[in-house]
Design a protein around this ligand. Structure first.
Ligand code: PEP
Length: 255
């Protein structure tokens, strides 16, 4: 019922030329796995080049961040109108944005609203830090982040939103929760809070991705879980064979 979804977050890696090579090396195998919604999120500077390469395919393009205002005196920022010229998806509230760039629940809320207003699909990142996990705060932290980010979303819009559960301690570390632990947060925390806020039927339509050290060797374990609808992949999305293997694992597990 929910189409599996795998996005690659390239973060601040690579020039335009390097982006072109990376896309070239994954394009054909990725095109063959159309049971999965596949999305590439290169740096802003490579969006145009990647958009041109993806033209005529059903592979989606996403930005990694954006401002919530249409335009204005915000030096260095990119607006939703600008993102929407190239991309259909936008990652919002990534923990690196929260940690290094002062992103808050409040700014994520504004960005989610702005994304929907510009027909962009927001990929909203939530997740607990190691300190929060060790003090038993995972569930309330994740609940708070989801409710805050979606505070201005109407029930009829929520199916357009994608949530990525990314425990902060699992990002780029090689550490992961067990698939069962991740599935518990997806189902009993995130989908449950969505059901309370938007109704059970709407909550069942929302794709909830797992993110944090997803690699070809562990992807199938996550995708075998019923409430894990795909992945947001960082490091492994920079390696074409690894990213294709993860997308293939999603297709096989959800067949
Ligand atoms: C991410 O940055 O969203 C991420 C999940 O990174 P990694 O896969 O490298 O842990």
């Amino acid at each position: 019922m929910r189409k599996p979804f795998v996005a690659g977050n390239w973060k601040m890696h690579g020039t335009v030329e390097e982006a072109r090579h990376r896309v070239w090396d994954m394009l054909q195998p990725l095109q063959e796995i159309n049971q999965v919604e596949r999305v590439l999120c290169p740096p802003f500077t490579a969006l145009l080049a990647v958009a041109n390469m993806l033209m005529g395919t059903d592979i989606g393009l996403g930005a990694q961040n954006m401002h919530w205002e249409e335009e204005g005196a915000y030096t260095g920022e990119i607006s939703p109108r600008m993102v929407a010229e190239f991309a259909r998806y936008v990652i919002l509230g990534h923990s690196e944005r929260r940690k290094f760039f002062g992103e808050t629940d409040e700014t994520v809320r504004k960005k989610v609203r702005a994304a929907l207003d510009h027909d962009l699909v927001p990929i909203v990142c939530v997740g607990e830090t190691i300190g929060e996990r060790e003090t038993g705060l995972t569930d309330p932290v994740v609940q708070r982040q989801v409710l805050a980010a979606l505070a201005d979303v109407r029930p009829e819009e929520v199916a357009r939103v994608i949530i990525a559960y990314e425990p902060v301690w699992a990002i780029g570390t090689g550490l992961t929760p067990t698939p069962e632990e991740a599935n518990r947060v997806h189902g009993q925390v995130i989908r449950a809070v969505l059901a309370r806020r938007f109704g059970e039927e709407a909550a069942q339509q929302v794709r909830i991705l797992y993110g944090g050290s997803v690699k070809p060797h562990n992807a199938a374990g996550f995708f075998a879980q019923p409430d894990i609808d795909g992945a947001l992949v960082g490091g492994a999305s920079l390696i074409p064979e690894a990213f294709v293997a993860i997308v293939r694992a999603a297709a096989e597990a959800k067949a």
